[in-house]
Design a protein around this ligand. Structure first.
Ligand code: SF4
Length: 409
């Protein structure tokens, strides 16, 4: 989504994270872990006419046959991201409605979701530094699963972080850029080595290439039991998680804020109102005739350019924005499998949306037993010092070099 502003150094990083590099790193002495995004799982499932759960089981068989130790599910780390984001939103909202006269010192609302690297790349490189304080400082699900694996799960498995090679499977190329940010590296306690939370990112399309390259008949391939340590699969073999094709940020935070701040329990689906087009929708909560929560989904560059102009001019009324660079969100990411011959992009998205939500039991991230365990064993509380150290990040305005400014003249 952000290919227009990719530098040559970033192109090298993108090329490094390839299928060849992944295959090269297998069986080289490191424990290989794969974290699979639910959007990639849905794309492969629809392509092969399987359910997402069947696809998860078959990919587990495929990766384990190659020497991968475990295959996890980023729906699980997305719940961790959502719990921390709820906590951050409440803190920002409360600071913006101070009971005393003191006004917040930095721009806090609207809080903007941070899971889309296409949007982050655009904000850092193209918009001024005014926009960055609005962006949630909680890392994306890709990075929170990386942080969990390399800082906590490794200890449970008696491994050092440097002994792990962690690969994610994502619907988008920009996730490769995200994984290679300096902010998502930390120093090993044992020898000070720089450790990356995510060593390499493969797109959904690259997994299809792998299946073709190895001539794997996916339909005949057996399904293996999935690794439950960091996967949203219950004891009856059902996938569970939040609905929403790009992570359900607005949905989860809206329900949480309505309950925590105003004691309103919202049952059933939220009623989003279309504003300009299907990719810009809002939901509001009124209390005593006053709108107290106004959230929006804002997908695609056309919509996001409009909304940042409003933020800049101080005319944005939203408390939270789920911004995603791709029209229709992550199911439509540039790394997903393309439509079959004769199939329109619109039809494919419709199929993906149905499959994505239809096969997943809706569940509250706060009730997720895997997440509760991560807090019990590792993080303590949402917003704790440990959570801040491992799950939060910062954004940096990118000033163009003189050379690149001259080149663009
Ligand atoms: Fe990637 Fe999703 Fe953002 Fe598209 S919307 S650039 S797929 S993270």
């Amino acid at each position: 989504a952000c290919s227009g502003c990719i530098t040559s150094a970033e192109t090298v990083m993108l090329e490094k994270q390839s299928l060849d590099e992944f295959l090269f790193n297998l069986n080289k002495g490191k424990a290989v872990f794969v974290s699979l995004s639910p959007q990639s799982r849905a794309s492969l499932a629809v392509h092969f006419g399987l359910s997402p759960y069947q696809m998860f089981g078959k990919l587990t068989t495929l990766f384990k046959s190659l020497g991968v130790k475990a295959i996890f599910d980023t729906s699980c780390s997305r719940d961790l991201t959502l719990v921390e984001s709820c906590n951050e939103f409440i803190a920002r909202y409360n600071k913006c409605n101070p009971t005393d006269e003191e006004k917040p010192k930095s721009p806090l609302l609207p809080m903007i979701s941070s899971a889309c690297p296409g949007w982050i790349c655009y904000a850092e490189k193209t918009l001024g530094s005014y926009i960055l304080p609005y962006i949630s400082s909680v890392k994306s699900p890709q990075q929170t699963i990386g942080a969990a694996i390399k800082n906590h799960i490794c200890q449970k498995l008696d491994l050092r972080p440097e002994e792990i090679y962690h690969v994610t499977v994502m619907p988008c190329y920009d996730k490769k850029l995200e994984a290679s940010r300096d902010d998502f590296m930390f120093q090993s306690d044992s020898d000070g080595e720089r450790i990356t939370e995510v060593d390499s990112v493969l797109t959904t399309g690259e997994i299809l290439d792998l299946i073709k390259l190895r001539s794997i008949n996916l339909t005949d391939l057996e399904e293996s039991p999935v690794d439950k340590l960091l996967s949203n699969v219950d004891d009856n073999g059902h996938l569970y998680g939040v609905h929403g094709s790009s992570g359900g940020y607005a949905d989860t935070l809206f329900r949480y804020a309505a309950k925590r701040l105003y004691g309103k329990e919202i049952e059933g689906p939220l009623e989003y109102k279309t504003i300009r087009n299907a990719d810009f929708r809002e939901v509001t909560l009124e209390v005593d005739g006053k709108v107290v929560l106004r959230f929006a989904l804002c997908y695609g560059f056309r919509n996001l350019r409009n909304i940042v102009t409003k933020i800049k001019s101080g005319k944005c009324e939203y408390h939270f924005l789920e911004i995603m660079a791709c029209p229709s969100g992550c199911l439509n990411g540039g790394g997903q499998i393309k439509p079959m011959p004769g199939q329109s992009a619109k039809d494919l998205i419709h199929l993906l949306e149905t499959e994505y939500s239809g096969s997943v039991l809706a569940a509250d991230p706060f009730e997720n037993p895997r997440i509760k365990r991560l807090y019990d064993e590792w993080l303590g509380q949402p917003g704790s010092e440990k959570a801040k150290r491992h799950l939060y990040t910062e954004y940096h305005p990118v000033t163009k070099s003189v050379t690149s400014q001259l080149q663009s003249w």
